[in-house]
Write a protein that binds this ligand. Structure first.
Ligand code: ZN
Length: 312
């Protein structure tokens, strides 16, 4: 029996998971912090892979990495949490170090593939996946194919302009969906309103996290409710645009902020329905939350490796 090694490079954790053939139940999972006192992230990653290297033959290593990456060459252009990885040839390095095929893709795209093959999107052929956490990422499956683009940079769904001249995005452009509707976008808005003198049970320190703001919203805090409603409305407008462009049969919301879906799904849905050019776009459209949570990236990496190996 052979195995596939799936790797998820998160902002705080590196995770390595070993899956036997035709199974999504790992036989071994190990983690290490992405940032440590010594060595680089690459050294910690290879040490982690060494520590779990199985007796069984390894068919491939498949990596879900944050930030823009080029799957064809295995290069990570840049990644927000590992500053030393700029134009970093992770695929080539892992391939020459471990001697097996290495596949690499963006973590949001991998999570989309994971949800499509093994999670909330099972049975669908046209899937729009949005992950809403500190940032906003996405992945699109059309006709059972992951949408990649010329340099595999397609489907940066968080970086569409929803508020011209709006707040600064993590990408340094202004008014992107991520800047207004992500966890940090919601927190920034609350802090801005507090600074403007708006009344709320929240203090600027509490407003640092979307989780605390969600808690306040559930206790009836008007500013907190407004912040989630506003984010939901921006999201709804963007999703309507995505429906026009991709025409999916299901929209899946993943990421930490999506766990507060009760707060923004209502406004999101209303705005989305009101913003489509024709009601046919929302007819039978499934809107749901992700099922695989933290494992979506790992399982997506596994699914992608299976697809790539089958092509060989
Ligand atoms: Zn942006």
């Amino acid at each position: 029996m052979s195995v596939i090694i799936a790797i998820d490079i998160g902002g705080t954790q590196l995770r390595v998971s070993i899956y036997p053939q035709d199974s999504i139940v790992p036989i071994n999972v190990q983690r290490a912090p992405t940032h440590g006192m010594e060595d680089g992230a690459y050294d910690r990653l290879t040490a982690l892979i060494d520590s779990v290297w199985p007796k069984e033959p390894v068919d491939a290593i498949s990596v879900a990495a944050p930030g823009p990456v080029e799957p064809k060459t295995g290069i990570i252009f840049s990644t927000p949490n590992i500053k030393e990885w700029v134009n970093f040839p992770l695929g080539e390095k892992l391939n020459s170090r471990f001697g097996v095929p290495v596949f690499l893709n963006n973590d949001a795209k991998m999570a989309a593939v994971g949800e499509w093959r093994y999670g909330a999107g099972k049975g669908h052929h046209d899937v729009l996946y949005l992950t809403i956490g500190t940032g906003i990422g996405g992945g699109v499956i059309l006709d059972d194919h992951l949408l990649q683009g010329y340099r595999s940079l397609a489907a940066e769904l968080g970086h569409v302009t929803v508020l011209p001249d709006g707040p600064l995005c993590s990408c340094e452009q202004r008014g992107h969906l991520e800047a207004v509707a992500s966890g940090s976008g919601i927190a920034n808005y609350v802090r801005e309103r507090l600074a403007a003198g708006e009344k709320s049970a929240l203090t600027p320190e509490m407003a640092a996290s979307a989780k605390e703001i969600a808690q306040a919203a559930r206790q009836g805090d008007k500013l907190a409710i407004k912040a989630f409603t506003r984010a939901g409305q921006f999201l709804g407008r963007a999703v309507a645009d995505f429906l026009h462009v991709f025409n999916p049969s299901i929209v899946i919301f993943g990421g930490g902020v999506s766990q507060s879906s009760d707060l923004f799904f209502g406004p999101m849905r209303t705005t989305m329905v009101n913003s489509v050019m024709d009601p046919i776009y929302v007819k039978d459209l499934v809107i749901t939350t992700a099922q695989l949570n933290d494992d979506a990236g790992l399982l997506g990496a596994l699914a992608q490796a299976e697809v790539m190996l089958a092509k060989r």
